[in-house]
Write a protein that binds this ligand. Structure first.
Ligand code: F6R
Length: 369
């Protein structure tokens, strides 16, 4: 049942091209326009949405943070991302024009369920992005958009994360198409680019031997930092979460721009730092800014593990290791850049002789508040 792999997590990481492909399936017409009849929400009600709040926990919340960048860019609807347990008890601002999108692999996370129920009581429209048919959160929501990652057995979430990003992007593009704004016509082009992602993940997975090698020699590491910017920021936090869960090491993800506001004080000789570098084609010169960050931490002795696009030569002088990802547009990059971080956590956990599929103190679904 592990398909020839030693652990479910390794299998699920390698399943990710399918998770993305299957989540894209059946959501466009032959012209590539999005069709989401499955939502069964009157189109006018979706056009009237003037605010979106994403509620989720853990990895699902990082998928939500990624979605914020994309949905705001495509629809110009303000998107807030709230940890479900914080949202529920913070007197949230919600009315009938608020769309509350919950993201949950299991569909049983009590914190997320309570947030959805509260939002419904306040009159919000609720859509659940969920991986488990017939689970509680979709039943308690007005509509559901299923991710098709297949069953996720390993406690740490991997393929569900990619499927959640994919589904939330589908929702964002659908709203853009429906509302007819500046990006309405781009929806088809983005869907086309999304369709190319599974093959790119496949290519990337074929290069993970070096990441396994790096992890193997880091079993004694006590702390790892992760830096990212824009959509690379939630990826940095997801990379840190995977490492905490699986290898029980202190790990923290930062927004790269925040470095000089404090975290750079943590840098001392030998400190491993993963840096997720935006594509050189990213807007607003973000690539150059992150390359400067790598330069700054390297000058203070950090060991830089750099995730960069193929052909990005600017990072080479400051990188102790470069992990290459296939080129894709900025918003889709997390579907690729997170993969080496998952693989790193898997093999570091293995190098420490730990139980990858069942880390200590964790349960697959957290059904208590
Ligand atoms: C991380 C992880 C957790 C879950 C979180 C939400 O690897 O597994 O952080 O992502 O507990 O779970 P779901 O998505 O089932 O609501």
């Amino acid at each position: 049942e592990k398909g020839g792999y030693a652990t479910f997590m390794e299998k699920e990481i390698n399943d990710q091209p399918h998770a993305v492909r299957d989540t894209l399936l059946g959501r466009t017409d032959p012209d590539g326009r999005l069709v989401l009849d499955e939502l069964r929400i009157p189109e006018q009600q979706l056009r009237d949405v003037n605010r979106i709040t994403v509620v989720a926990c853990g990895t699902a919340a990082y998928a939500g943070m990624t979605a914020k960048y994309a949905i705001e860019h495509w629809t110009r609807i303000p998107v807030e991302v709230a940890l479900a347990h914080e949202f529920r008890y913070c007197d949230p601002i919600v009315d009938e024009h608020t769309l509350v999108v919950s993201i949950s692999q299991s569909g049983e996370t009590m914190d997320t369920l309570m947030a959805v129920k509260h939002a419904r009581d306040l009159g919000a429209l609720t859509i659940s992005i969920c991986n488990t048919h017939g689970s509680t959160i979709p039943r308690e929501s007005d509509a559901v958009l299923y991710t098709h990652a297949g069953p996720e057995i390993a406690v740490a979430s991997t393929k569900a994360f990619l499927a959640q990003i994919t589904a939330s992007y589908i929702l964002g593009l659908y709203l853009a198409q429906l509302r007819g704004g500046a990006y309405a016509d781009d929806a088809q082009a983005v869907m086309k680019e999304l369709a190319e992602v599974p093959a790119k993940i496949e290519t990337l997975l074929g290069r993970m031997g070096r990441v396994q090698e790096i992890a193997k020699f880091m079993a004694d590491t006590r702390s790892v930092l992760f830096l990212g910017r824009h959509v690379g920021y939630p990826v940095a936090m997801e990379g840190a979460l995977k490492l905490k869960e699986l290898a029980y090491i202190h790990a923290e993800g930062f927004a790269a721009g925040e470095l000089k506001h404090g975290p750079i004080a943590l840098i001392e000789p030998g400190q491993p730092v993963f840096v997720i570098v935006p594509s050189p084609s990213s807007e607003h010169g973000l690539h150059g800014k992150v390359v400067s960050n790598i330069q700054e931490i390297r000058a203070r002795g950090a060991r830089t593990l750099v995730i960069a696009e193929e052909g990005d030569e600017a990072v080479v002088p400051f990188a102790d290791e470069v992990i290459r990802v296939p080129a894709t547009s900025q918003l889709l990059a997390p579907l690729l850049t997170v993969v080496p971080l998952q693989v790193f956590a898997l093999w570091l956990s293995t190098a420490k002789g730990l139980d990858v599929d069942q880390p200590r103190n964790l349960a697959k679904s957290v059904t208590v508040e």
